[in-house]
Design a protein around this ligand. Structure first.
Ligand code: ADP
Length: 220
């Protein structure tokens, strides 16, 4: 067996979420050990992922045999079965995995996961639902909101600003947002300077409070 590297990550549960997560980690050049109890799922993903094994992850002994105790990070991507997800986190805690990420499908589920030792709890459905809601109702092209109401968004150049430089635009006209950078089609991203001229086909990265960013995006 190959030696476990500190960048290697265990992904448990190859459903819709876990399989995309494992694929993304692999594309980001991390070795992934993927575990699922369903032989069909294992079969389905073994062509695309380097190491896919069939095991019941609620069994601490099975995880130990697979060398999971050697890993620095594990993600429990099981969603539908709260019981399987909680017992798997418990098994990982017992093995002493230092960074356990776990997917929750409700606030109560999240509380239980934290109480059995998950270090990071994620809500993929809730987060995606919220993000997509913002994208649908606003003109933002993309959007990330951080804890403290702070947001970064990808937006088009408002019509009134086309052809002008950032120097000529007082903060109030920019709804208080900070323009971080701009990108023209086919050109690399460039950080904004006071001399940056906003072109009609530029895509901007702006940051500010969520309200400011939304207002800026709706200038149209
Ligand atoms: P999604 O919503 O992402 O499709 P699901 O909860 O439907 O997620 O899928 C979870 C995956 O986790 C399934 O492939 C299932 O076989 C797997 N799984 C469920 N319980 C266990 C377990 N005890 N050990 C390993 N894999 C499990």
């Amino acid at each position: 067996a190959r030696k476990t590297d500190e960048n290697d990550i265990v992904v448990i549960g190859l459903g819709r979420f876990g399989s995309h997560l494992a694929g993304s980690l692999a594309r980001l050049d991390h070795e992934v050990l993927a575990i699922d109890r369903s032989p069909e799922r294992v079969q389905r993903w073994s062509a695309e992922l380097d190491r896919v094994v069939q095991a019941d992850a609620t069994e601490e002994g099975a995880l130990r045999q697979l060398g999971v105790a050697e890993f620095q990070r594990a993600v429990v991507a099981i969603g539908a079965s709260v019981e399987a997800s909680v017992l798997t986190v418990l098994a990982l805690t017992e093995l002493g995995v230092p960074q356990i990420w776990a997917r929750a499908t409700s606030e109560k589920h999240a509380k239980i996961l934290a109480s059995v030792g998950a270090h990071h709890v994620i809500f993929p459905e809730a987060e995606t639902g919220e993000r997509v809601a913002h994208l649908i109702i606003s003109k933002m092209l993309d959007f990330i909101e951080f804890d403290d109401q702070f947001a970064i968004a990808k937006v088009r150049v408002p019509g009134t600003m086309v052809g002008r430089s950032l120097r000529d635009m007082p903060p109030a006209e920019r709804c208080g947002v900070m323009v971080v950078g701009a990108k023209l089609p086919g050109e690399p991203f460039r950080y904004a300077t006071p001399d940056t001229v906003l072109r009609p086909d530029s895509v901007l990265i702006v940051e500010g409070s969520i309200t400011q960013v939304q207002r800026f995006a709706s200038l149209g």
